[in-house]
Design a protein. Sequence first.
Length: 369
Amino acid sequence: MKKLRTSEMVLKGHPDKICDHIADAILDDYLKHDENAKVAIEVAISYKKVFILGEVSSSYTCDMEKIARDIIRKIGYTNPEYGFTYDEVEVEINVNEQSKDIQMGVVKENMGAGDQGMMFGYATNETKEFMPLSYVLARNLALRTDEVKEKNLISYLRPDGKMQVTVLYEDEKPVAVTDVVISLQHDEIDIDVLRKDVKEKIIDVVIPKEYVTDHTAYHINPTGRFVIGGPVGDTGLTGRKIIADTYGSFAHHGGGSFSGKDASKVDRTGAYFARYVAKNIVAKGYASRCEVGISYAIGVSEPTSLMIETYGTETIPVSKIEAWVIEHFDFRPASMIETLQLRQPIYESLSYYGHFGKEGYKFEEIIED
């Protein structure tokens, strides 16, 4: 059976991703000074204004405006020609204390979930990252774009951009890349020059030759012009790239975003833990693909449901996989936080180019039986 699957990624300079980045940088700053801080930060950007909104309970006072400006500067919005720069943007802050009603369910010995909701984690053995191939390729296009900008291999690229990869699967195995879509913000430049540079210096470096066919199509800045971009071209909002943050088109999503939320929010912690479990199931060879789904009630520590889907790829009975999971993994929020060390300031680097399939995080580790 043949099917096409697509994944996308956006650059750090994309308006939505700027918002995620700022929110998680603020969260990290709180956690550096107060590991028990309760943080729920949302960020919105519209033209030349940054809005920082949310609820925080902490003994520490964070300089949110400075962090926002520093992130915008690091991303590359430094040139007045872009119409949006770190030093000229107006920053408006409206952050209140966390609701005492929510704290009742979270701040107690047997920590309850910070909200109700559903979370999903996914893993596949088709790449070394245990992530879908189209997702890995889209992310690698973003990483390569950053590299060519940093090394000045393409001097005229601006901060905004996005990329998308479609892969043909036959009998659930990736066999070919059918389409590559990449749109990069740029200075005034001949479009043919840009398309040639992007094809040779980004796409051809990233897409493995074994997946390229005579029918592979390349859509490079298909509108022909992308000079106006970033927050000048589009409004940005935290949590609006939840599929690019997770698994592309390959798994369910509970709808809750990650960035700006401390670990007491199961939207984030539950999703990280579900990935941890799914990856271990696949890494142990118990299945080629796996999705783990969990759900919670606010203030209650035990999950209300646990689902394990192996898509018929299991090598041992699913009942044995379920028993192994129950034996080795504790889904109570306090245990998940402790196991994955989620009170550490690790989140800024997770806010861009996806939260999963990266090295150096506890939820990507393989456990020993």
